[in-house]
Design a protein around this ligand. Sequence first.
Ligand code: PMP
Length: 440
Amino acid sequence: MPTRFEQYERARKVLPGGVNSSTRYNRALQTPFYASRAEAGYVWDIEGRKFIDMCCAHGAALLGHAHPAINEAVQKARELGYLSVFETTYHEELAAKVCDYIPCSERVRFCSSGSEATLHLIRACRAFTGRKKIIRIEGHFHGYHELIYIGGQPPVEAFPDNRRHPYIESAGIPPEFAELIVPIPFNDPESLEAAVSEHGADTALLILEPVNYNTGCILPDPGYLELARRLTAEAGIVLFFDEVQSAFKKSRGGAQEDFGIVPDVCTIGKSLGGGFPLSAFCGRAEIMDLYMPVGNVQHSGTFNAHLVPVLGGLAFLSEIAKPYFYPRLRELEARFHGGMDRIIEEAALNMLVPHHGARFDFLLGRKTPARRYEHTFCHDKKLMLKIYKACWERGVYFHDYGGPPCHHGYCIQHTDRDIDEVLNVLEDVLRGCREELAVG
Ligand code: PMP
């Protein structure tokens, strides 16, 4: 087997940056993490080293790798001849389960990625309202496409201007798309009220991550989601929860169940397919029935709801419905965060590990929770990369995301010993950074 450096040199000749997803280039390692195999809560690199996997496929591997229920689903798909491009009884069975679990879901459509799901659902929201604008929240992430990769996570330098001139987050996105985006800060009732009163008549949707895992795991302030629900209902704006990450992490019904606020529509993804590419968008029947062939909104695709992910999804939703599942996730959460709280306290570190269910972020440079995007500017990205690298050297893999506060997590197959080992490694590494993380 080549070393990761040799592999990187080879891969760069045929893949831009040696990767198939820009963020797979790992800035902490200065190469991508080239994996050779994975099992349960572990991943092996191409040099044969074993790691405790705290990336868990960015939240998609909530069951861990090669879970027996998923292996069975693959075997079943094989026996059925994979049946690509057909509807089957399994599709309906999966849809019925989603509608049973997710409070806002009266109808659901499946596709492969979170980005696809937000794209298709934004289209239906526009068709439903006959309006164009999107109110979105700074720090929240909803996919990489032209409709919404604007104004979410501007660099610090571009930040103050973001609310007047939404920041275009990738070259190649025409500036005209930014004219339809209204960015506002999270957890700020006045800004939400002002945006609805100024733009409401032109606004199709308010989109948000109910838990902002993509920037410091920021939770909604009490009352904020209630306000969003009330204002959008009054203004005829579709309330859109992007639950691609939050679905299933704490409960079967997603953040809408956790916080008791039901949006009009939502996207779900990541863990839904049990590790296979499966996402979904769902919501009120009168919006969802706008899709062809009932209505006139297009959503079609060769690989939509391929049988392997559909059977993976059924296996996943059955597994999480078993009585052991959420109590065990809560045990892992309590063990990990109990340990982290102790480490932070004993070493007097200026940092937090905010969490909601099975995912958490590291936020450096503050002791009190961030409530919006700019509260995370204290986070030291370089130090974060150094921490990730030191953990990797000791056999614990956190994905780097380039260094900002972003999400990590464990899976149902992680053991108490795995969690204790991750805590030992983090304790060692963070104590080594005590000076950089000193309070004050
Ligand atoms: N929305 C949210 C809230 C996400 O966290 C992500 C992925 N991090 C996406 C959308 C995009 O999903 P995907 O990577 O599957 O396209």
